[in-house]
Design a protein around this ligand. Sequence first.
Ligand SMILES: [Zn+2]
Length: 359
Amino acid sequence: MNKLISSSFLIYTMSIVICLSACGQGKNEPKATQTKTTQDVVTKSPDEWKKVLSAEQYSVLREKETEKPFTGKLLYNKDKGVYKCAGCGNELFTDEMKFDSHCGWPSFDKEIEGGKIKKIEDNSLGMHRTEIVCAKCGGHLGHLFDDGPTSTGMRYCVNSESLTFQKEVAVAEAQKTKNNIDTITLGGGCYWCVEAVYEMLDGVVSVASGFSGGNVVNPSYREVCMGNTGHAEVVQIVYDNKKTSLDEILRVFFTVHDPTTLNRQGADEGEQYRSVIFYSNNEQYKTAKSIVDELNNRRVYDNPVVTQIVPFKVFYKAEDYHQDYYAQNQEKPYCKMVIQPKLEKFEKLFKDRLKKTGN
Ligand SMILES: [Zn+2]
């Protein structure tokens, strides 16, 4: 008798009608625009841009507005990572190029090579300036001045709204476990759904949505949606072994997604939605393998569990707007129709294991 799986879990799981509709609606928008990407140039109509950008991002990127000085979210950011165009994911600057210019906007002394930024003469407002725009999508970034204090003499003065920041998560850092803290990376279809569930489980320290298992460094969501990065949408869960366990985390995992369809969850089809466990050590491998074997031996599902169990290599965090997606977007139809039912199912089955709220 394998103690890893409690009989109540099996009963629960058997009784669950896996009725996963798609991560569909909400996610199709960027996907649709992908098809219009030709020769590395992104073109969209104003309406299409409005669907994928916030109102603030739209006014800066597409209408060349300037955000108020000293208000941008990336102004004081000192984390290691890459700054990308918020419109198209084009990688523009790294943390090493950023300096504190005291001008009120994020400033960089050089750009990532490769002609990613276009310079345009700008004589508006009675001034002679050089506007900088993303060469890929034409999004307005800010202006370029030759008064920089570093050896390059340049100051790329950029709106925070024009940028997204991708924090560097080194493999070693992700795997650094001390005492009772451990990390596991799971792919169970749409990461919005999976992340929202684990945020509620007692003992979970943090959950991040991102990508793993592919061959492209620091992919953008759009790149992953194009289907050739090899990456799966995953959540990386940091958990406290004293309050929860990998066993419990995997029980939740097999409750909130369908592990019998390898590259599909509901209407979401493709490798990026594959069911996969990325293990970081032998112990995790053994736990995962024995749960999968148990589910199959007991025929908990009508079809065999096809969840992949593969070694963890690296995790790339998704763009900021993908983090805590459910919490930030509860009113969106997609969240109400797809994520909420999963949360309710989880709350019901694991009602004694929810984080205490109200503090
Ligand atoms: Zn761009």
